[in-house]
Ligand binder design. Structure first.
Ligand SMILES: NC(=O)c1ccc[n+]([C@@H]2O[C@H](COP(=O)([O-])OP(=O)(O)OC[C@H]3O[C@@H](n4cnc5c(N)ncnc54)[C@H](O)[C@@H]3O)[C@@H](O)[C@H]2O)c1
Ligand SMILES: O=C(O)C[C@H](O)C(=O)O
Length: 230
């Protein structure tokens, strides 16, 4: 089962919860962790747009678990705590770890390909292993708590840097509305979206290229789910 297989069950749940939030707490910050995140963030955003209360600075897809996974795999290899940036989306080929940004990390082509695959499909590995009994419960809770903590610190006045799947114009020319990159948070939510690091490798640029069609497909699926019912 892939995250996209969860669409039929979760799309309606996220739409209805987003509708209730749009009516009752339109200024709340929404942290969307339900899969497929690449579609559920567009779903919630369309609901907010249709209700006339959309503020893209306040709707977040939680992709922190991908960073947690990538950092764990590389940390184990280097035997120290590291932060590995992961950009794109939260499913398969749309998950793009930027190993080039880790100081002192040297990987052979084979190692890099294997680690990239492990980060991209680590969630599926867990879902398969649990065989119908859910997904990565504890690491999801850790990732969600980390992101919520960052937002609370930003709310208290700290300037916080995080990674999140938010409305992002980086690939707008290709039709992409949402993309996870480095974001600065403040009390209003997203304060600033930073571009991808300039020195990413050709390998990583190719991963971004491969992610775009899948991001577009899942984004459109979410948008159409909400708007086809109008
Ligand atoms: N973004 C991530 O990093 C990440 C990681 C792991 C899991 N997930 C996603 O999180 C979601 C939950 O996964 P899980 O393994 O905890 O599943 P689960 O089946 O263990 O839990 C789902 C919970 O949702 C509740 N629920 C069902 N319908 C509901 C509704 N209409 N309104 C409110 N609550 C409802 C159920 O009672 C249950 O407690 C899934 O969509 C999963 O794919 C995301
Ligand atoms: O619930 C899933 O499909 C997997 C989850 O998104 C994860 O990354 O562990």
């Amino acid at each position: 089962m892939t995250r996209d297989d969860l669409f039929n069950t979760n799309a309606g749940i996220v739409r209805d919860l987003a509708q209730a939030c749009a009516e009752v707490c339109p200024k709340a910050k929404l942290l969307i962790i339900s899969n497929p995140v690449n579609s559920t963030v567009p779903i919630a955003s369309e609901v907010f747009k249709n209700a006339g209360v959309y503020d893209p600075k306040r709707i977040f897809g939680v992709t922190s678990l991908d960073l947690v996974r990538a950092s764990r795999f590389i940390g184990a290899k280097l035997d120290k705590i590291v932060d590995v940036p992961v950009v794109g989306g939260h499913a398969g080929v749309t998950i793009i770890p930027l190993f080039s940004q880790v100081e002192g990390l040297k990987l052979t082509d084979e190692e890099r390909a294997a680690l990239t695959h492990r980060v991209q499909f680590g969630g599926d590995e867990v879902v398969k292993a649990k065989d119908g009994l859910g997904s990565a419960t504890l690491s999801m809770a850790f990732a969600g708590a980390r992101f919520a903590d960052s937002l609370l610190r930003a709310d208290a006045g700290e300037e916080v840097l995080e990674w999140a799947f938010v409305k992002n114009d980086l690939y707008k020319s290709e039709g992409i509305e949402y993309f996870s990159t480095y974001v600065k948070l403040n009390k209003d939510g997203v304060k600033e979206i930073l571009p991808l690091p300039e020195n990413i490798t050709e390998y990583e640029k190719d991963l971004v290229k491969a992610a775009i069609p899948e991001l577009l497909k899942t984004q459109t699926k979410g948008e159409q789910f909400v708007n086809a019912k109008k």
